[in-house]
Design a binder for this molecule. Structure first.
Ligand code: FAD
Length: 384
């Protein structure tokens, strides 16, 4: 039987191991972080019916997901800097939509809970893979562990250490930087803002800037102040994130002529602030298939988050790869067939994500995004 190692226990790696487990195929995940920290990290994600949810179905977890998914999280408010409303979606019917939300930590917990604990090793930071003559790879870890496998799958995210074995392409800065803020227990502590925000996402866009906010499962509002900026802006802007009060004043100044309620997203934030640069891989990236190695998720097609597809594609990749391995006796053919499909469905998504980044942070701001929503909806109606 082939020995399979998966580098990275994010949503993509976990889904792959779980679907393989359901089909009686052994694999081991090597994850650099601890179990606690992968349960903790990240905001709310919407899982789409034709990708993320499809993969959960293959993993046998669709029903369990439906029980904890937050359908109310699909509510949306789109405004400009004056608070003028361009789009408001509030579902009061209790009807289950196609893109319910789940926190990343809850999703990882759901997947981990179903996975045989023998199939994941925490605290194993992967360093390098040495290709051997017979298509196998020798894997080296920071803690000195060495493993030799027939197939290694890079599910190790944006800065994949396996990617260079398949392609020279590397991640590029997208031109967008974010500062992440959090407002804990927003409904009770800041009912004015919670009532404005609603139960799902609030997107405020003007002047090539944005305040993007999302209610998470633990009651916090996670906020991303978003700026078109040079790559080094987060280091050179002089805003001291370790002095939250001073930093807040600086951010309020950057949004000086924005509506007072929108500025409350900054005023009410907790002290911990985190900067994030948004990176992407070249759109339409492909590579020549090689025996014994492949990539999935962000490692394969990192894209900006403005189509909400990243996690969905990572899980879809996992499902397509797992089923290809299950259905195909030949390892080389399984990898080739998976990669062909993955390249085909992921590159239009990468293109749309990039188009959306440009649309969100354009002079047209909220009105451009409203028009996009209208067209997107019309396209879907025509398909139905
Ligand atoms: C601000 C922001 C908002 C987003 N919003 C959305 C959204 O609304 N919807 C959506 O679908 N997507 C969103 N995304 C993208 C989404 O989070 C990713 O696309 C998704 O997590 C990719 O899953 P993955 O399993 O491929 O990689 P990851 O989730 O990055 O997991 C990779 C795993 O590999 C581990 N790892 C890394 N290096 C090593 C190593 N050397 N050795 C061992 N382990 C290693 C990491 O610890 C991690 O656990 C957003 C991203 C950002 C930055």
């Amino acid at each position: 039987m082939n020995r399979i190692a998966i580098i990275g226990g994010g949503p993509g790696g976990l889904t792959l191991a779980l679907i393989l487990q359901r089909h009686g195929i052994d694999s081991v995940i090597y994850e650099r972080e601890s179990a606690e920290s992968i349960r903790d990290r990240g905001g709310s994600l919407d899982l789409h019916k034709d990708s993320g949810q499809l993969a959960l179905k293959e993993a046998g977890l669709l029903e369990a997901f439906h029980k904890i998914a937050r359908y109310e999280g699909e509510d949306l408010l789109l405004v400009d800097k004056h608070g003028t409303v361009y789009r408001k979606e509030v579902d009061e019917t209790g009807k289950e939509g196609d893109r319910p939300e789940i926190d990343r930590g809850d999703l990882c917990e759901l997947l981990l809970h179903a996975l045989d604990p023998q199939r994941i090793r925490f605290g194993y930071k992967f360093i390098e893979a040495i290709p051997l003559a017979d298509g196998k790879h020798e894997l080296h870890f920071e803690n000195g562990h060495v493993d030799t496998v027939d197939l290694v799958v890079g599910a190790d995210g944006a800065f994949s250490k396996l990617r260079p074995l398949l392609t020279d392409a590397s991640v590029e800065y997208s031109g967008l930087s974010m500062v992440e803020l959090n407002i804990e227990d927003a409904a009770n502590r800041h009912p004015d803002l919670f009532s404005f925000n609603g139960r799902g996402s609030m997107i405020a866009l003007s002047d090539n800037k944005g305040i993007l906010a999302q209610v998470n499962g633990d009651g916090r509002i996670r906020v991303y102040l978003s700026f078109r900026a040079d790559r080094d802006w987060v280091d050179t802007n002089g805003i001291p994130l370790d002095k939250p009060q001073v930093a807040k004043q600086a951010f309020l100044k950057l949004f000086d002529d924005w509506d007072e309620m929108l500025k409350n997203y900054i005023r009410y934030a907790e002290d911990k602030m985190v900067t994030r640069r948004i990176y992407m891989l070249p759109i339409g990236l492909t590579w020549e298939s090689r025996i014994g190695i492949t990539l999935l998720g962000d490692a394969a097609h990192l894209m900006s988050p403005f189509m909400g597809e990243g996690v969905n594609l990572a899980m879809l990749d996992a499902s397509v790869l797992a089923l290809s391995l299950v259905q195909n006796g030949d390892l080389e053919e399984s990898i080739r067939s998976y990669e062909q499909k993955m390249f085909e469905y992921s590159s239009p998504m990468a293109e749309m994500s990039d188009d959306n980044l440009k649309l969100f942070f354009a002079d047209t701001g909220a009105s451009g995004v409203r028009d996009w929503f209208d067209q997107f909806e019309q396209g879907h109606q025509e398909e139905d």
